[in-house]
Write a protein that binds this ligand. Structure first.
Ligand code: UN1
Length: 510
């Protein structure tokens, strides 16, 4: 499989040039880390990693940049984000290809990720004029009371391989209009996506004669992440990844009274009622389970199907799975690309073994794909397993295209099953019955951060707050009022009278 990698040059990544270091171009690193494509197994480039000494310099530059950035009026900060959005539009083709090549998702989804970045830029530009606080009526005469939001300082973003550019943007674009500066550690599996985003942003900063420390990149494995989580200079740590990682990040950051925003594992289910449209069910479930090769935190992992339509729905799914074409994700005729690496293939195979050992039955068998087309060793078949919700393997998140199916008798029982997992990110119901839909969305319904009707569990828009409950970590990123996490709230009371009345009617005469 010969892949044209011209897009790398367009993004300022010179092949095999030992990579580009951080937003601070002056640094030279001693250590390099290879980025290998799961698509064809080729080394794309080696990227320099950040040493603890370099990390300190990055933080120093970020601190200095914050002194300037926090005093730039918010709508002017929005203007910088607007320019970044324009630069992304100009680079959508190249960046979308890089996402697809370095991460392995389909080209359509690679473009979709860049579109998600553009959308959040637009959202953030509007937000830059709407960072509203409330005003309150003071109980004291000639007093005015109001609240205002100020930037926090340095925001650390630790992102995962599966959305190598969009999730950083959700955080960074909002943080930037809020007046924060951003230090980003991308996944060590997709560092070039980080380098490319940074090159584009640094161009915008340079054109506007702004300090380069406003956004920077640190690169490396979990040890670089630890530098961020332990650093009291990083006011907010926004981390996306596994529940295991989030548990550590959350407790370390809480231990130093920092703020954290966690977006962790999901175990997302769709309830299919007898009043669902079969076409909507099949499209929603298959895209939800197979899109991004099952490596979204919003991936549909469980289908809870009413017993009266169980055979019909599972038959339709088995038929649809036969149509799925797997291969080079840069080729538009393939629906599904590879998993991220060989370790992920191992996890997938182990999960299938566990399903069988715990009493599950494969309706569509899985397995690793071999042959020249799949020489990277990262391609697998999407599979469907009939299970029970309480199985240990079903209760945990396997980042792979494995869809669990199970049946239910009453909607109460289905909702209980949907909620009966440790995670709480996304959920859906397929029904045309208003009562069923409203019950699912009620306080006695889904316990997840996202609850959809007649839509799959994945593919959320940026305008809503994104995140989930329980082991998903409780954080909210992206739209709605998620911006408030990136700012500190200050309540101010101003006395414009000539006396000093005390609150609560207290008298203190001297
Ligand atoms: C993730 O998998 O971490 O809702 C993010 C979705 C995408 C984002 C997923 N918009 O599926």
């Amino acid at each position: 499989m010969a892949i044209d990698t011209h897009f790398l040059t367009k993004l300022g990544i010179k092949k095999f040039n030992n990579g580009t270091m951080t937003g601070l171009k002056s640094f030279k690193s001693e250590n390099y880390q290879p980025s290998v494509s799961p698509v064809d197994g080729h080394l794309i480039a080696s990227v320099s990693t950040t040493s603890p000494r370099e990390y300190k310099k990055v933080i120093k530059a970020a601190e200095t940049a914050f002194q300037t950035w926090r005093m730039v009026p918010a709508p002017k900060r929005g203007e910088i984000v607007r320019q970044y959005g324009d630069a992304l539009r100009a680079n959508k083709e190249a960046l979308g290809r890089l996402v697809s090549y370095e991460m392995g998702k389909s080209l359509q989804e690679g473009y979709g990720e860049v579109q998600e970045m553009i959308d959040i830029c637009d959202f953030a530009v509007g937000l830059s004029r709407q960072l509203y606080g409330l005003t309150m009526h003071s109980e004291r005469s000639h007093h005015r009371m109001y609240e205002q939001y100020h930037p926090l300082g340095i925001v650390g973003v630790i992102s995962a391989f599966n959305f190598p550019v969009a999730v950083w943007s959700w955080n960074a674009m909002i943080a930037l209009v809020c007046g924060d500066v951003v230090v980003w550690k991308p996944s060590e599996k997709t560092p070039l996506c980080g380098v490319a985003c940074m090159n584009i942003f640094q161009d915008v900063l340079q054109k506007n004669e702004l300090p380069e420390g406003i956004v920077s990149l640190v690169n490396g494995d979990y040890r670089v992440g630890e530098l961020i989580t332990h650093d009291p200079k990083v006011a907010l740590v926004s981390a996306t990844g596994s529940t295991r990682m989030g548990r550590i990040v959350g407790s370390v950051v809480a231990g130093r009274f920092g703020k954290s925003l966690l977006e962790l594992g999901g175990n997302n289910a769709i309830i299919v009622t007898p009043e669902a449209d079969l076409k909507v069910v099949v499209t929603g479930a298959v895209f939800g389970a197979v899109g991004t090769a099952g490596q979204r935190c919003t991936t549909t992992r469980r289908l809870i199907i009413h017993e009266s339509i169980y055979d019909k729905v599972t038959k339709a799914l088995v038929k649809a799975y036969k149509q799925i074409v797997i291969g080079n994700p840069l080729d538009a005729k393939n629906h599904m690309g590879p998993l991220i690496d060989i370790q992920a293939v191992d996890q997938y195979k182990k999960a299938i073994e566990a399903i069988k050992a715990q009493g599950g039955k494969m309706l569509v068998p899985g397995g690793e794909l071999s042959g020249r087309k799949y020489a990277s060793g990262c391609y697998v078949k999407p599979c469907i397993a009939e299970v029970e919700n309480h199985f240990e393997i079903v209760q945990s998140e396997t980042f792979a295209p494995i869809l669990y199916v199970m049946s239910y008798k009453t909607l109460n029982e289905a909702i209980k099953m949907q909620n009966d997992v440790p995670q709480g990110l996304s959920s859906a119901i397929m029904t045309n019955n208003m009562r069923e839909a409203e019950q699912f969305l009620s306080a006695a319904g889904s316990d997840c951060g996202i609850a959809n009707v007649n839509i799959g569990t994945s593919g959320a828009e940026i305008g809503g707050a994104f995140g989930g409950e329980k082991e998903t970590g409780g954080g909210r990123e992206s739209g709605s009022d998620a911006w408030k996490v990136y700012m500190r709230r200050q309540t101010s009371t101003l006395n414009w009278g000539k006396d000093l009345p005390l609150a609560q009617g207290i008298k203190f005469n001297i």
